[in-house]
Design a protein around this ligand. Structure first.
Ligand SMILES: [Zn+2]
Length: 371
């Protein structure tokens, strides 16, 4: 099926298309989409378990890091920059990519007992400075790739929550291989936002009352009116700038975006479960990764490959009980109800149109090619 994607980018295609529309004289944003399309056109099933992993340089299997410099070219992984215990080099983004990957690895190991992305210590490969003015960061089933923006909108894609979001797509692939269309796809996006944000909170020791729930803090150049690309607690409020338009995410089922583009609105409707998670974590208090994060991690393992929102919500309630947190069930139920979702074992996605129709922007072909 055409929505079996092999690539995840932190910037949704609609954002790049919006930028292209507003900056018709420049080409970097549409070039980013075109480069991505070329990159994945010849390997439609490259993601998930079909990819042949790079041989690990160290030969061991505890998620050893291998960080490469693409030097502005599109050949990956590029030139060796820094391997596991090598000293830092002179490139800030290269050092950050290496360090952030270690934090993601630590989070999964210490909090969830998971050895790297596949739970069997697969090497954690990153490459940075990919292409020229490539405006995205992505996980492709085998490695992280970061572009280096050279424009007035984006500052950097090498950010801790971006790294956590993208690598978590890898974890989701190995745990549940959740379909990337409609509500399952929006939950796939949601899970990456949850764990990307939790990794940032964990790394900085941020309790829920201090958390900003923003994905992509620091992604924009100064002067752009936005805190990041998504806001989990208040979807639709992350940015509003003449350069970018307004954050289009809904935070309640009444505003569910019915479209077949963006793989059935995966980057739009993820705002709804995102808000439920943030509300629940706030209701619980303390460190979000200790209780809410554990529940979501467990629900991901039991939700199957095609969960609807209602089904996933049901799995969180079940996980809550299984983990001995029965006292939190009413808080959890309330969080889901506050975004218009009723936990139900039998709920199916009847809100998303079938793939193939034109979306509200008329960009179906390009979006499908990229997603
Ligand atoms: Zn994503």
């Amino acid at each position: 099926m055409k929505f079996e994607r092999s690539h995840h980018g932190i910037l949704p295609p609609f954002m790049l298309l919006e930028l292209d529309r507003r900056y018709g004289a420049t080409t970097e944003f549409i070039d980013t989409l075109a480069t991505t399309k070329r990159l994945f056109a010849d390997s439609p099933r490259r993601g998930n378990h079909h990819y042949h992993f790079l041989p690990t340089a160290s030969g061991s299997s505890n998620g050893e890091r291998e960080t490469y410099d693409c030097q502005g070219k599109t050949t990956r992984p590029g030139k060796k920059y820094r391997f596991e215990s090598d000293k830092p080099g002179s490139d800030t983004e290269g050092n950050n990519a290496h360090d952030f990957t270690a934090m993601v690895r630590e989070f999964y190991l210490k909090i969830h007992g998971r050895n790297s992305i596949d739970a069997h210590g697969m090497p954690m490969v990153s490459c940075f400075n990919f292409d020229r003015d490539y405006n995205n960061a992505f996980w492709d089933g085998a490695m992280m790739t970061y572009g280096r923006p050279q424009n007035n909108i984006f500052k950097s894609f090498v950010l801790l929550d971006v790294c956590g979001h993208e690598i978590s797509h890898g974890v989701t692939e190995f745990v549940a291989n959740i379909e990337y269309y409609g509500q399952p796809g929006a939950l796939n996006e949601h899970l990456s936002d949850v764990f990307g944000e939790l990794i940032e909170q964990y790394a900085n020791g941020i309790t829920v009352d201090k958390a900003d729930w923003v994905i992509g803090n620091g992604i924009f150049q100064p002067g752009i009116k936005g805190t990041g690309i998504r806001n989990m607690l208040n979807p639709g409020t992350a940015y509003n700038d003449p350069s970018l338009g307004k954050d289009p995410q809904p935070g309640h089922m009444r505003d569910y975006v019915k479209m077949s583009g963006d793989n059935g609105g995966v980057h739009y409707n993820s705002g709804i479960p995102n808000r439920a998670f943030a509300l629940f974590a706030q209701g619980v208090g303390g460190n979000a990764w200790e209780k809410a994060g554990k529940i979501w991690y467990a629900a991901r393992t039991t939700c199957g490959a095609r969960p609807s929102f209602g089904r996933f919500a049901y799995e969180t309630v079940e996980a809550c009980k299984q983990l001995g947190m029965t006292n939190l069930v009413s808080t959890l139920d309330k969080a889901w109800k506050d975004v218009g979702i009723t936990p139900s074992k039998t709920a199916v996605d009847t809100d998303t149109p079938a793939p193939g129709g034109a979306d509200e922007h008329g960009h179906i072909n390009l979006l499908d090619a990229v997603a």
